[in-house]
Design a protein around this ligand. Structure first.
Ligand code: ADP
Ligand code: MG
Length: 248
């Protein structure tokens, strides 16, 4: 099997078994730099588990995950973050009693041995970064609000912003629009399309309108393996996909 290092992410023969049950079963999955990929599939297909494996929360039983040519399966979670992988979980985990600004600032990677003039430089860089990210996640007018006052959708955006503070090469989002209004869903689709110019993004989502709005390559997962891959039209007209997922 090839391990082409031109891919941002090359997942090969990946398997994880929980008490003999293979939640991911010999999976091959490839992504390019700056790609925005949607992953869909029925409940229990292994979508969340795939993200758990990539970010190191769950350890693989077998197979390989290469990120810019580097093997991730043996690295601890914090090292995987350090390599440039950011992952958002299903429920937002922002600090409700901190302001939006503080939530963003605490997410900025710590420099080492920074003091004096350097500390001042870091402060300026931090402020600029905070401003830039707040703007990109549509929260620049809410920087001084407590995060607890944000709408559910805005909290999701804040959490995306917190990940962006670390400037990840790969951003992974698990059902980010759950609980959002129709308007917020559209804004999130636009946000992800904008971000895809700078980062690679994997987004797991159920809402087919959202998947259409994104309009990029779709991977259909079923029983821990890839059932189909292609653009929305190809995937939607694939009889196997209709049988196990879209037909329900
Ligand atoms: P999806 O996100 O596609 O709905 P998951 O990745 O959450 O699916 O789960 C895939 C399958 O793996 C499910 O059957 C789930 O019960 C099982 N599973 C996930 N994590 C664990 C775990 N830590 N221990 C045992 N079984 C698990
Ligand atoms: Mg899931």
């Amino acid at each position: 099997m090839s391990s082409n290092t031109d891919f941002l992410l090359a997942v090969e023969d990946l398997t994880v078994s929980f008490d003999g049950f293979k939640a991911i079963d010999g999976l091959n999955f490839y992504m390019d730099e700056k790609e925005l990929r949607v992953v869909i599939g029925p409940n229990g297909a292994g979508k969340t588990t795939l993200l758990d494996l990539i970010c190191g929360k769950t350890k693989a039983t077998n197979g390989s995950i290469k990120f810019r040519g580097k093997e991730l399966t043996r690295l601890p979670e914090h090292r995987i973050v350090w390599e440039g992988v950011g992952r958002k979980f299903q429920t937002p985990s922002v600090y409700d009693s901190l302001t939006v600004r503080d939530n963003l600032e605490v997410s900025y990677p710590k420099g080492r041995g920074v003091w004096g003039a350097l500390a001042f430089k870091r402060d300026t860089a931090l402020q600029e970064k905070t401003q830039e990210i707040a703007e990109s996640v549509m929260l620049k007018d809410s920087l001084d609000l407590e995060a607890g006052q944000l709408s559910h959708g805005q909290k999701q955006w804040l959490e995306i912003g917190m990940l962006l503070m670390q400037d990840p090469a790969l951003l992974m989002l698990d059902e980010p629009i759950a609980g959002m209004s129709a308007r917020e869903r559209e804004q999130t689709a636009d946000l992800l399309k904008r971000l895809a110019g700078k980062h690679s993004i994997i987004v797991i989502e159920h809402d087919m309108n959202f998947v259409k709005q994104i309009g990029r390559k779709v991977t259909v997962l079923h029983q821990g393996a890839i059932l189909a891959e292609g653009d929305m039209d190809q995937v939607q007209s694939d009889q196997r996909v209709i049988d196990v997922y879209l037909g329900h």
